[in-house]
Design a binder for this molecule. Structure first.
Ligand SMILES: Nc1ncnc2c1ncn2[C@@H]1O[C@H](COP(=O)(O)OP(=O)(O)O)[C@@H](O)[C@H]1O
Ligand SMILES: [Mg+2]
Length: 566
């Protein structure tokens, strides 16, 4: 199916709005044409008659048309703006719903600035499809017909001449302008995307650029990108300006032509001289309806490019798809991994290459291994963020591919290495894990995470706003907030991915003690590249070369200390 057909499909729900907007728009322009015609008639007639009664009807008509023109224009704007806002809201929701299942595997390859551009700018552009692409041709068709018939009523030649000029302005010029602007318009979009992406990246990294003394170099790059954008925009403006001039030329020529055609009709006696001024004025007024069509033609390309970018994501197959007949969540939560192989792409090396790992329900295991060994990758697989095709991962004796992905995630309390904190209060950030949690439950979770004291010391306690991505918290505080979230979620399986990496030794020890208590009865996977956590778990396994090897049990001395804490 062509992109345009799909775009129309998106708009099909709004067809009544399109029709109403178009009819009101056509009626407003028709009122204006009528107003011009009747005014010209009134002025000419008033110059030759002495009796006001002879022009009473025309005076009334001028009043009615002047008012109806304004009222209809208002109604048209009201209807189209309402429709536009609805369409916008509807499309944002449609697009968000479509991309949600793609996170994070499919979205990770898209630049975040680009994703934002798609959600905001491309959806905004598609809105143009309604106001500027679909509505104007309908308006133009209705007005062209009505104005040509009006002039045709005086003499068919006049109607035909006007129709010819309107068609040239409404069809030929738009096609020409579409050709002329296509190249520059594409260049503007590309240049703007480049400039935006560069800018977003740069603003994010501004602190690092300053520290590394690379600010000037990057500024030069940004300025160059800005100049490219300017040049492209200039070429586009030239093409558009040329088109606007041609439209004005056609409008003027149409007026002169119908006037030239009407004069012999008057001198020949076929037409009353008093309507002579009416003809060019009505003709020229009708061009208001075809003027927007050049822009419509240009936008045809812009909207289809935006739509293509949106459909690209909407059509992307989510990496993880729920089974047609999902199994109910299990009663027990032992974890059994066997022969698991995974790589990020066909051309990439195997990250996990025959991994065997097993944690009995309620048991605990530490997975240690160097950075890049694939530990966090394993967590993503457990969370069903990515799909594996070789080997099995079983929870409660069944492959996790048999469950709904959301059910699997509900079983897992994960403290991930890449925590995202929302620009909201501490409480809001905790509520992400359990929207119904009471104050006591939240405080309890924060006590387990050794965070309660810290929060209480903040200026507004649990109501303190922590800034974008928790910028106002230290690395260790962020981690502990993430741990508090996982505790609050109260899931049967606990996964800690380098959860204590940023803590000082004393805090880590206290945290491990309280976490050890929390671990009781839960299947726990602790990931670390340090051995400090090893004391607290049943088994320690090393991940290297994509496989796990038994690193033995933790020394008895430490185990006792761990058990003492439990
Ligand atoms: N999104 C990704 N796309 C491609 N490769 C990735 C991605 N994430 C991680 N990797 C690669 O997979 C390997 C394992 O990464 P990771 O699981 O994060 O290791 P660890 O958590 O053990 O430090 C690394 O070589 C890393 O470069
Ligand atoms: Mg990792």
């Amino acid at each position: 199916m062509s992109t345009f057909r799909r775009e129309l499909g998106l708009m099909a729900r709004y067809r009544w709005w399109i029709l109403i907007g178009a009819l009101l728009g056509a009626a407003a322009i028709a009122s204006n044409v009528g107003l011009m015609a009747v005014s010209a008639y009134l002025i000419s007639k008033a110059a030759i008659v002495t009796n006001v009664a002879a022009v009473a009807l025309a005076i009334t008509a001028v009043r009615v048309l002047a008012i109806s023109r304004a009222v209809l224009r208002y109604l048209e704007r009201y209807a189209t703006h309402r429709a536009t806002l609805r369409i916008l809201a509807g499309m944002r929701a449609w697009f968000y719903a479509a991309i949600e299942p793609l996170a994070p595997a499919r979205l990770s390859t898209i630049h975040s600035g680009d994703l934002l551009a798609r959600i905001v700018a491309d959806v905004d552009t598609l809105e143009d499809l309604y106001v500027r692409v679909l509505v104007p041709p309908v308006v133009a068709a209705v007005v062209t017909l009505a104005a040509s018939l009006l002039l045709g009523a005086f003499d068919p030649v006049l109607g035909v001449a006007l129709a010819a000029f309107l068609v040239v302005t409404g069809v030929v010029l738009p096609l020409v302008s579409r050709r002329l602007t296509r190249g520059p318009a594409g260049a503007v979009v590309a240049a703007r995307a480049d400039a935006n992406a560069l800018l977003v990246d740069q603003v994010r990294g501004v602190a690092d650029l300053l520290v590394l003394g690379a600010g000037d170099r990057h500024r030069t790059r940004t300025l160059a990108a800005g100049r490219d954008l300017d040049r492209a925009a200039e070429r586009l403006a030239e093409a558009r300006g040329l088109n606007a001039a041609l439209v004005a030329l056609c409008t003027g020529l149409a007026g002169v032509t119908v006037l030239a055609l009407a004069i012999p009709l008057v001198t020949g006696g076929a037409l009353d001289g008093v309507v002579l001024a009416t003809i060019p004025l009505a003709a020229m007024a009708s061009f208001e309806a075809v003027m927007p069509l050049s822009q419509s033609a240009q936008l045809l390309d812009t909207t289809s490019r935006a739509a293509t970018r949106l459909f690209e994501l909407v059509d992307a197959e989510p990496e993880v798809v729920d089974p047609p007949d999902p199994a109910p969540p299990p009663a027990t939560h032992g974890l059994d991994i066997s022969g698991l192989r995974f790589r990020y792409g066909a051309a990439e090396p195997w990250v996990l290459d025959g991994l065997d790992l097993s944690i009995p329900a309620g048991g605990s295991l530490a997975l240690v291994g160097p950075s890049g060994a694939g530990k966090s990758t394993l967590v993503d697989l457990l969370l069903r963020f990515r799909e594996y095709r070789e080997g099995t991962v079983m929870i409660g004796g069944r492959d996790i591919r048999a469950y709904r992905a959301d059910d699997v995630r509900a079983m897992l309390g994960v403290v991930s290495q890449r925590v995202h904190l929302f620009n909201a209060t501490v409480r809001d950030n905790l509520a992400v894990a359990d929207a119904e949690a009471t104050d006591e439950e939240m405080e309890e979770a924060c006590r387990v995470a050794q965070l309660h004291e810290t929060i209480v010391a903040l200026p507004e306690g649990y109501e303190t706003r922590i800034g974008e991505d928790g910028i106002r918290l230290s690395g260790g505080e962020r981690q502990r907030l993430a741990i508090a979230r996982a505790v609050l979620k109260d899931a049967p399986i606990l996964v800690l991915d380098e959860a204590t990496a940023n803590l000082d030794v004393a805090t880590e020890r206290r945290l491990l003690e309280s976490i050890t208590r929390f671990m009781a009865g839960r299947t726990t996977l602790v990931i670390s590249h340090r051995r400090t956590v090893a004391d607290r778990v049943d088994r320690v396994v090393t991940l290297a070369g994509g496989r796990a090897t038994e690193a033995g049990r933790a020394p008895a001395r430490h185990r006792e200390a761990g058990a003492g804490g439990a």
